[in-house]
Design a protein around this ligand. Sequence first.
Ligand code: LRH
Ligand code: MN
Ligand code: MN
Length: 424
Amino acid sequence: MQIDQNKIDGYNSQSLRKHERALAFLQGEIPHAAEIISQLGEFQIAIPSWALGTGGTRFGRFPAGGEPRNLEEKIEDIGLLHRLNRASGAISLHIPWDIPEDPAHIRAVAAAHGLKFDAMNSNTFQDQPGQAHSYKFGSLQNVSRDIRQQAIEHNIEVIRHGIALGSESLTVWLSDGSCFPGQLSFRKAFENTLEGLSEIYAELPDNWKMFVEYKAFEPNFYSTTVGDWGQSLLYASKLGPKAYTLVDLGHHLPNANIEQIVALLLMEGKLGGFHFNDSKYGDDDLTVGSIKPYQLFLIFCELVDGMNARGMKHATDLGWMIDASHNVKDPLEDLLQSVEAIQIAYAQALLVDRKALTAAQERNDVVAAQEILQQAYRTDVRPMVAEARLRAGGALEPLSVYRGEQVRAGLIRRRGLVTIATGL
Ligand code: LRH
Ligand code: MN
Ligand code: MN
């Protein structure tokens, strides 16, 4: 389903006056507005191939209809998002949920939509049909060498798929761990996992990165073998310079100070990427910015500050990905909201008066420091985000265009009401 440029321009012209007034006001208030708009224009967020259908929960799934039936249609959906917001220019694939049988073709389909392939995700947390060994008691941590070997080979296979698509990173998330005290030896589980990761690491091309994703709980509820940022950092440090920690916002214990984790990982040069989502309780995978937008802003403050301190390019030196699930919303609308929430937090972080903040910190002026952060957070930066989209040929109001064009109804007509997407 395509929305051509004339259509988008038509919608834009309806709200252009209002937009220009709001933007002019902001430009008057913010001396470096032009710079922020251009940084926003470069910033792209990868959409996961598993987030285009209704995820549901283990209690049920209520499909929205018109969901993509194959990888081509998933790419098509991301292409549509990118067309509207010009900020979703990449896709992150999960293998074997989305196996690119004909990589040259898949690459061409993605290129036609202006999309690149971000991190490849391996999957040793489910058993696949025809698989020789079960991951019931873990994959890389497993006491059985055969099972570990199977998991290693799967990851190497994922790297091969990624090379064929032009991806440059592998995300490894292991559900390995234990449900009961005494079930495993923490030390042996760690050593086995490290050994397996090293064998996978050895297969990475020179220009590739490996992201070690951690998670505190679920599906194992007593211990997780890559359970927190300390353990992930330990693996990444032992593996070598191509290995980094990946932070999924939903993978922490309640009230964890994620912004501090981000600051320290960046300081150590070991932060590799993000899985953005939001949560109230656990790994809820809700729309980014829907529950704790201030936390998201504080995380971006550390990202901007830490990346600047290391001379890193915001747009390209970290992997920016969404990892969300959709139970009650149209997945495409939800993703538009998530991307915008990330852009808003990024723009607000770029607004922070860093010099004044450092000065306030140096004189222990706690009140001033808080005022400086909140001055940025309470600024409505949406006109700058919209302007970045407008300049790139996108929609001033992506959701209005999506709804105005009745995209979901069109997808249902073409793909049917009951579609089963692969993945979660
Ligand atoms: C695990 C996780 C991981 C998986 C994805 C489907 O909770 O965050 O990134 O690959 O969900
Ligand atoms: Mn994740
Ligand atoms: Mn998760």
